[in-house]
Design a protein around this ligand. Structure first.
Ligand code: G4P
Length: 527
């Protein structure tokens, strides 16, 4: 197969949802279709449940599971599908944001009874920023759900994207009859399936005005479907794939993941319309997947579970060319040539050494602590991929050394954990103290635990009252200098030496924005 053919048959995507909407279940069903697993229950949930906050072993165990399920590859109709897993727990949202930089499209799962929830809204903001094509799967139709039109309106309003239903449900809950596929013109009849592996029964209905529809779903629901479909066709524009690829419109499917219902339709449509690897932006130029030379970047680093082996796995997304085992590649940041003797790929729950990989694939690289998120590999060109975000954290604490004998271990541990993107480190300009900023409270516990178990260092947290950290810069050097002088006690630098303003309150922040018009206050930065 040529490079171009390999690229064209790849679909790399992530499933995102608010916890409990059914992401894990849907992932599992997709893997079942791909034959990557054979029984339900094989994909362990990587959910770090709220109740686990004080149970470190549980967190560690679950982190281990999430390594195994970080990337799940499978083939379906000659299409190579890579699903990138994202942590469900919102304290690990940053991990999810970064994973979204490595995907070419996204499937959003929404609970049909609950509608759009907070986490989904936040994740969609990232997709919108990156113009990632999204498909929506409205799940749990076997339970009483909101009205489908209300749901569609809600998705449009809350996620700020136009929608186009490609399937439409017939009732929900105990009277759920099935889903009419608007673009294949067939009807999938819902029969709850205990084994949850079989395909639902599908009947071809070329024209829903025919009386045969009444036979399948009963007169009342047949009439309802006819009027719903008429409304859909009247209200929504015809589905436009280019608009989907631009991230302007989201096709919507309905189903019940746990019953394996509506999943095939979703997958069939996905392999047909979802994009193959797209060009990737760098500081200097756009890299086309079909370029002959290999390029890739690291979007995620995962520590080893075994505390005796501090090695990590770095996940590299291949952006162009063919990646080969044992070939020298330039690690652009260090300028060193590196080769990998045992790069891994992930097929369902199995990890195996691979000889080659293509754009869209994710390769696991063994890392002894040299890599950082955002690191680029090439065949010589000095490129740096852009757009890997770090978000302004929302929770802050001073970190202090609790064991004076282990100063070095602590410094190394903090350094490496920050490279992994677990949290962000700021150094106060006022007193030189180190401040850790996170997006979730759980991270503080994870950091403390990992420093102790992986680096043999002890830390102590001390409170600090900060509302938000934002990166500042300006073309007006005078105003910037003036700002930094006046706000000296609230200034810090991040790990890369960039200026950060630590606002005490939202009022202080808006006042600063008001009074210093030439200064840009940024809430995201890049690795
Ligand atoms: P998540 O990864 O998005 O957090 O969600 P997950 O798939 O774990 O699903 C959350 C819960 O919703 C699970 O129940 C799952 O069985 C259920 N679920 C998923 N899809 C459907 C569906 O189509 N209909 C219904 N009725 N339920 C669905 P749980 O009780 O939390 O876990 P489990 O004990 O069933 O695994």
């Amino acid at each position: 197969m040529t490079l171009r053919e390999e690229i064209e048959r790849r679909r790399t995507f992530a499933i995102i949802s608010h916890p409990d909407a059914g992401k894990t279940t849907l992932t599992e069903k997709l893997l079942l279709f791909g034959g990557a697993i054979h029984v339900a229950g094989a994909v362990k949930s990587n959910k770090i449940r709220k109740t686990a906050t004080s149970d470190f072993m549980e967190i560690e165990r679950q982190r281990g599971i999430s390594v195994a399920t970080s990337v799940m590859g499978f083939e379906y109709r000659d299409v190579k599908i890579n699903i990138l897993d994202t942590p469900g727990h919102e304290d690990f949202a940053e991990d999810t944001y970064r994973t979204l930089t490595a995907v070419d499209s996204v499937i959003i799962v929404i609970d049909g009874a609950k509608g759009v929830e907070t986490q989904t809204r936040k994740l969609m903001n990232v997709c919108r920023m990156r113009k990632t094509p999204v498909m929506v799967f409205i799940n749990k139709l076997d339970r009483p759900c909101k009205d489908p039109f209300d749901l569609l309106d809600e998705v449009e309003r809350e996620l700020q994207i136009k929608v186009r239903p490609l399937a439409f449900p017939i009732s929900s809950g105990t009277t759920f009859k099935g889903v009419y596929n608007l673009y294949e013109h067939n009807l999938s009849l819902f029969t709850s399936d205990e084994r949850q592996t079989a395909d639902a029964s599908t009947v071809e209905i070329s024209d829903i005005s025919l009386p045969v529809l009444d036979e399948y779903v009963g007169g009342r629901y047949a009439a309802q479907l006819r009027s719903d479909v008429e409304l859909v066709e009247g209200v929504y524009d015809a589905f436009d794939r280019d608009a989907y690829l631009r991230g302007d419109v989201a096709p919507v499917f309905f189903g019940s993941a746990v019953n394996n219902f509506g999943v095939r339709e979703l997958l069939e449509c996905f392999v047909r319309i979802a994009p193959s690897p797209r060009p990737s932006a760098t500081e200097t130029r756009a890299v086309e997947p079909a370029e002959a030379r290999m390029t890739g970047f690291i979007f995620k680093i995962h520590a080893n579970m075994d505390p005796n082996h501090r090695d990590r796995i770095a996940f590299m997304k291949i952006c162009s060319g063919m990646f080969e085992r044992n070939k020298n590649y330039l690690h652009v940041r260090s300028g060193k040539q590196l080769k990998f003797s045992s790069p891994t790929a992930f097929m369902a729950e199995k990890k195996s050494v691979i000889d080659e990989a293509f754009p869209g694939d994710i390769v696991g690289l063994h890392d002894t602590g040299t890599f950082k998120i955002g690191d680029t590999f090439t065949e010589g060109e000095k490129l740096k991929f852009t757009g890997i975000p770090s978000f302004s954290p929302e929770l802050f604490r001073y970190i202090e050394n609790a064991d004076p004998m282990k100063f070095k271990q602590l410094a190394k541990g903090i350094d490496q954990l920050m490279d992994e993107g677990v949290a962000q480190l700021f150094t106060s300009s006022l007193n030189g103290r180190k401040i850790i900023g996170t997006v979730g409270a759980l991270q503080f516990e994870v950091i403390q635990y990992r420093l102790e178990h992986e680096y043999g260092a002890k830390c102590r947290w001390e409170p600090i009252s900060i509302y938000k950290a934002c990166w500042i810069d300006s073309d007006n050097a005078e105003q910037l200098a003036d700002f930094k002088r006046r706000k000296h006690t609230n200034m810090a630098v991040d790990k890369h030496g960039r200026d950060v303003f630590l606002a005490d309150t939202s009022y202080a922040l808006s006042l600063a924005q008001e009074n210093f018009k030439d200064i840009r206050f940024r809430f995201t930065s890049e690795f």
